[in-house]
Design a protein around this ligand. Sequence first.
Ligand SMILES: NC(=O)c1ccc[n+]([C@@H]2O[C@H](COP(=O)([O-])OP(=O)(O)OC[C@H]3O[C@@H](n4cnc5c(N)ncnc54)[C@H](O)[C@@H]3O)[C@@H](O)[C@H]2O)c1
Length: 418
Amino acid sequence: MIGIGMIFDETYRPFFEQAQAEGGIYDPRFGLCAVELTGVASRTGTRAEAYRKAAPGKLAQLSSFSGADSAAQLLKTDVDFVCVATPDNRHFEAASAVLKAGKHLLIEKPSVLSLAELDELQRLAVEHKVLAKVVYHKLLDPDHKKLRTLVVDGELKHVNNGYCTLLEPKSISGGQFAEWIVGRNPGTYVAVHYIKLIDFTFGGRLKSVQCTGQRGLVGPADGPTWDSTQLRMIYEYADGREAAFDIHTSWVTPDNFPGYVEQEVQFRFDNGVWNAHSRKRGVECTIEGSTPFKRKTTMNNHYNGTFAEPWGVRSQRGYGIEVIERFARELAYVEHGGPATQRSERLDQMRNFAYNDVSADRQTVAAVQAMEAILERHVKGQPNCVVEIDHEAGGLVLLAPGSSKPEVLYSGRVNAAR
Ligand SMILES: NC(=O)c1ccc[n+]([C@@H]2O[C@H](COP(=O)([O-])OP(=O)(O)OC[C@H]3O[C@@H](n4cnc5c(N)ncnc54)[C@H](O)[C@@H]3O)[C@@H](O)[C@H]2O)c1
């Protein structure tokens, strides 16, 4: 692990603990494959130390590296794969070091913040013959799987437009992320879940990106740190029709909000409407002296819930953990799923998964890079810029109101086909 913060605790920790308790992961193609967390790199080492003290079994022996060269130290050890869960703007350095060391890579969303960085990760993965994958756990949410199934099967026909919203509590921006929040925005942090959902579920070509937002709560109203953002993406489909998607995000929702986060989507089709509310899946629970602070009133028991199972054991499971296990299975298949002479075929097969491979993350990263550039211009006093994708001047081109001079953010094509 590089980075051992909130997401480690919610998803990676339960996965590794479960893999240890069960003796590994099993598949008839690769047999029983042990998966052990052996080392952690982080800024201060404090959380790693605390985890080591509390961790069950062999996990208590994991090595902890801290400081500026912690990742480099970790990479010198005999690890097969490395998960990068550092803050959003610190993924690239760690991820590229992992690939250069010839280790398989699993990286938290958003993969990286620019297409140039994505190109480099892709190049390194091919050069070193390893997997480079990104965690987009919302694609494994059963509701989103059903949405995609109805689209793939043609029951829902041609998406017309839609909106998504994800609101994080104030405690996120004010506490958990205080160390790295300056200059950051909740759009890159959470809109990216829905950018990927839209891109993966509906396909099409991303044409343009707009974004605005509000400042003044997390930092000064004229500073670089954003409280909330509103992103608009326009896609074009093979028949020439367009769809607009609006994604609203925030990390300043009051802490007495009834749920951990507010998550809602609505997609409209030629023949239907899909409404989903991840917080209101049917559970509402009030406990005196506990809700909505210690425990939330509405809970998402599908992402990462702790349960007393009917057969008498305790578990922690959900799609947030399943997505990490899937990666481990893909990797075990590459390394142990058949003769060594056919490893490259297996590697290619696993790279073909568009839901998690970096090679399929181009439009998502394009939207993130565009959003970051638009917000940066806004901070510098030039709001309401638009970024066009695969414009005649370049792959990612920022157009400012009142200016006839486009700024090329990325010169290569975002979509090779055009
Ligand atoms: N999939 C999801 O739903 C989800 C949810 C939360 C966070 N995330 C993503 O996970 C990543 C981490 O988020 P978090 O909430 O765990 O953050 P966090 O602030 O709780 O933890 C960050 C960790 O990174 C370490 N770190 C920071 N800089 C480092 C460096 N240069 N080298 C090594 N370690 C470094 C810190 O020591 C800490 O252990 C972010 O990219 C975030 O977007 C994903």
